[in-house]
Design a protein around this ligand. Structure first.
Ligand code: GRG
Length: 296
């Protein structure tokens, strides 16, 4: 039987080692490198890089085909977390079990560490493109997918909508559209980058994009559920917006039970999207289940 725990641990080790290698030196005297490594090498789940690698494997590619885009995606994700935690945005003190970047360093350094991680993502993608591996057209497609997902037609627009929605009660369509951009775009790009790097044809890429779209939204619903379940102030007051954060959430929109049901439906849809794939897609199926039952 497929052992997801082992698979995730192995892939995390591989991704962490590659990130460590790609992002400066452990004993760098440069404060900016220290700040970048502080957040990048902190204890993250590495969901996006693992999805990228699992998608490459599902279409017959290997881990090595997808490792560079996988690391670039984690750099972009980490930059988004550093910036999201800044006082101008969510103003959070804790991230990945330690003080946020601007608390540990300072606001200006955190801003620049995020900028530098975003830029480094494209540096490693370009360097990876010079090495042997998938053909140049495929590599350019990967770079484009990631750039679009991270930019003003993807994650940034999602963050803008999230900020604009503060204190408002969003309906289901607007809430889904916001999350589809804010967190969904990078999750879709992770799966697309892996599939393209692994040599998938257009039909397989489309099926995998549908899978990614559904697990991306399920990820957000479970994130909202984890926030509510971990917060007795919000529990039982699932009306309008999450009182603590002033944000529309799925438990606020459809209640706890409704949200759990919805996340199950989304995962079923994700699994249906890849039902024609062979055993090599087992990690993707198992990751869908993991998203549903995750505890952090
Ligand atoms: C500031 C440009 C900019 C964008 C911010 C994605 C995003 C947009 C902000 C993230 C804020 C957030 C907490 C979103 C909720 C869901 C989410 C993406 C959680 C964090 O991702 P995980 O759970 O984190 O994969 P780890 O630390 O495990 O990588």
């Amino acid at each position: 039987m497929f052992d997801l725990k082992r698979y995730l641990a192995e892939k995390r080790r591989t991704v962490n080692a590659a990130l460590d290698r790609l992002c400066g030196e452990a004993d760098s005297p440069f404060r900016i490198v220290q700040a970048m490594r502080y957040s990048l090498l902190a204890e993250g789940k590495r969901l996006r890089p693992i999805l990228c690698i699992a998608a490459a494997e599902a279409v017959g590619g290997g881990e090595t085909h997808a490792l560079i885009p996988a690391c670039a995606l984690e750099m972009i994700h980490t930059y988004s977390l550093i910036h999201d935690d800044l006082p101008a945005m969510d103003n959070d003190d804790l991230r990945r079990g330690r003080p946020t970047n601007h608390i540990q360093f300072d606001e200006a350094t955190a801003l620049l560490a995020g900028d530098a991680l975003l830029t480094m993502a494209f540096e490693v993608l370009a360097e990876g493109a010079e090495q042997e591996g998938p053909d140049p057209t495929r590599r350019l497609k990967v770079i484009r997918e990631i750039a679009v997902a991270a930019g003003c037609k993807g994650m940034i627009e999602g963050q803008m909508r999230d900020l604009a929605a503060e204190g408002l009660v969003l309906d289901a369509t607007s809430l889904e559209a916001m999350h589809s951009l804010k967190t969904g775009a990078l999750i879709r790009a992770s799966v697309a980058a892996g599939a393209i790097s692994g040599g998938a044809d257009a039909d397989r890429i489309n099926a995998l994009l549908h899978y990614a779209d559904r697990i991306g939204l399920a990820f957000q619903v479970t994130d909202d559920l984890l926030n509510v379940e971990g917060d007795p102030l919000v529990m039982g007051k699932a009306v309008g917006t999450d009182r603590n954060r002033g944000k529309s959430t799925y438990p606020a929109l459809m209640g706890l039970e409704g949200s759990r049901r919805f996340s199950h439906e989304l995962i079923q849809e994700a699994l249906a999207a890849i039902s024609q794939f062979d055993d090599r897609s087992e990690p993707l199926r198992a990751i869908a289940g993991y998203i549903l039952h995750r505890k952090r």
